[in-house]
Design a protein around this ligand. Structure first.
Ligand SMILES: C[S@@+](CC[C@H](N)C(=O)[O-])C[C@H]1O[C@@H](n2cnc3c(N)ncnc32)[C@H](O)[C@@H]1O
Length: 203
């Protein structure tokens, strides 16, 4: 990691630590109603892991579902730059995407990232290119609808990583695990990295 990226990761790591020490309260208006300050970030172990995986692909089109404030995006954008690829990241809320873009500029990575704002399920359907890597990390009831939307667009050899399979886990995540394993051409394994990752490969 170059020093500009490390400086930005250090800022996020301090924010993640503060968030872990704070009570988990829903913001006024609920998770989508107002300004939600929580990063809900994947954390450093998962960040490093997705960076290694995405970087091992050749010129990948990387899709991130759930930009939030941009932490996992820094890891994926660095992988995109190193491998000659591109990151497309999708977020429902403009204020989060704007913050993420500012941090990508600070890290010197913005030219490798396309920031899209809106509903990911709809925006996946509008993508014209094939996809080589997906990070699934948005609201959990959207994992299966997103899978249905991006599965037809996967290139051979594509890797999918879905976060929060063990923490918080739950019915939506279980349904995703079953759905991804039932897809033709998919091999999949659950790994105890970070909050639990379902890592799948499409042949
Ligand atoms: C767990 S956070 C993502 C954390 C981020 N990947 C990271 O590690 O820094 C989930 C994000 O998904 C976004 N989201 C929820 N529903 C969405 C949708 N339909 N389309 C796009 N983004 C959505 C939320 O606003 C939230 O910012």
């Amino acid at each position: 990691m170059d020093s500009r990226i490390q400086d930005v990761l250090d800022i996020y790591h301090a924010m993640i630590e503060t968030e872990h020490d704070s009570p988990r309260e829903l913001p006024p208006g609920g998770r989508d109603g107002g300004q939600d300050p929580r990063l809900r970030a994947v954390g450093p172990a998962t960040g490093q892991f997705i960076n290694i995986l995405a970087k091992s692909l050749k010129s990948p089109t990387i899709l991130e579902l759930g930009t939030s404030f941009g932490y996992s995006g820094i890891w994926l954008a660095e992988a995109a730059r190193a491998s000659g690829g591109q990151l497309i990241t999708m977020e429902m809320h403009d204020y989060k995407s704007t913050y993420a873009r500012d941090m990508a500029i600070k890290a010197g990575l913005a030219e490798h990232v396309e920031f899209k704002v809106g509903d990911a399920v709809q925006m996946i359907g509008e993508l014209s290119q094939g996809i080589d890597f997906v990070l699934v990390d948005l609201w959990k009831d959207l994992y299966v609808p997103c899978l249905e939307a991006f599965y037809p667009k996967l290139n051979p050899g594509a890797i999918i990583v879905a976060d929060n399979m063990l923490r918080p886990g739950g019915d939506d995540l279980k349904r995703y695990g079953e759905a991804v394993r039932a897809k033709p051409g998919i091999s999949s394994v659950l790994l105890p990295v970070g909050s639990g990752l379902e890592v799948s490969r499409f042949d």
